[in-house]
Design a protein around this ligand. Sequence first.
Ligand code: NAD
Length: 257
Amino acid sequence: MKHKIALITGSTSGIGLGIAEAFAAKGYNIIFNGLEENGSEIARKVAGQHQVDFLFSGANMLQPEALREMVAQGTEKFGSIDVLINNAGIQHVAAIEDFPEEKWNAIIGINLTAAFHLTKAVWPNMKAQKFGRIINIASAHGLFASEFKSAYVAAKHGIVGFTKTAALEGAPYNITANAICPGYVKTPLVEKQIADQAKAHNLPENEVVKKVILAKQAVKDFVPVSTIAELALFLASENATTLTGAALPVDGGWSAQ
Ligand code: NAD
């Protein structure tokens, strides 16, 4: 079998790393990306464990030229990019009246606009080869709001809208686009929120997890990274051609209420 190629942004931490491990285990060659200082070692280790080829790029999601360069490097090395997973993201929690403008711009830039630049860059090749899979890691906050997360909720709703448009434009070329909308996943991004909320509510961390963080989920457990990774693998498969334009909740029943 020809190894398929997956470019996964923010794949040297958290959900992206879990997705990269799952794709490597299925024989995908991986283009890793992230800002972690030891990113290239992480990439080498995962690729080595699964005996696949890889590329690491530290391209910053806020620099469109660097994103185009990452796609160009990947295409030159592997010939094509079959799966693009827009996963890199950041969070900032503050009331609208106190929300720093530079945080707003960074969240919209990293969580939304970078996905546009990358989709645009991989598109011509996917179109030409009549196969492409765009998977956007949105959030339950792509479907619902929470207070104090204005930029994040705006960016995640935005990426759900962008996903739908890409699905319509990609359909004639067997390019699908879907958004995965996780509830809470225990990654560095959320560990920081647990610590902050524990302080704000004056509760021990285990209580803050059940009473505050997971309050909106019916299932009072974090969503495992492996659940998201397996869904992404299915969305990337040849068999998923008619599953497109969807925003799929993996949220412990948050969206059932
Ligand atoms: P994480 O902090 O563990 O990982 C984020 C990754 O994005 C890191 O590799 C980081 O280096 C990279 N990144 C951040 N800014 C970047 C930039 N400017 N340029 C390049 N890379 C950058 O976070 P995570 O929880 O794994 O989050 C991954 C995605 O999942 C995000 O889009 C997040 O919004 C989404 N998500 C997370 C949760 C959760 O509960 N953890 C829930 C729903 C959605």
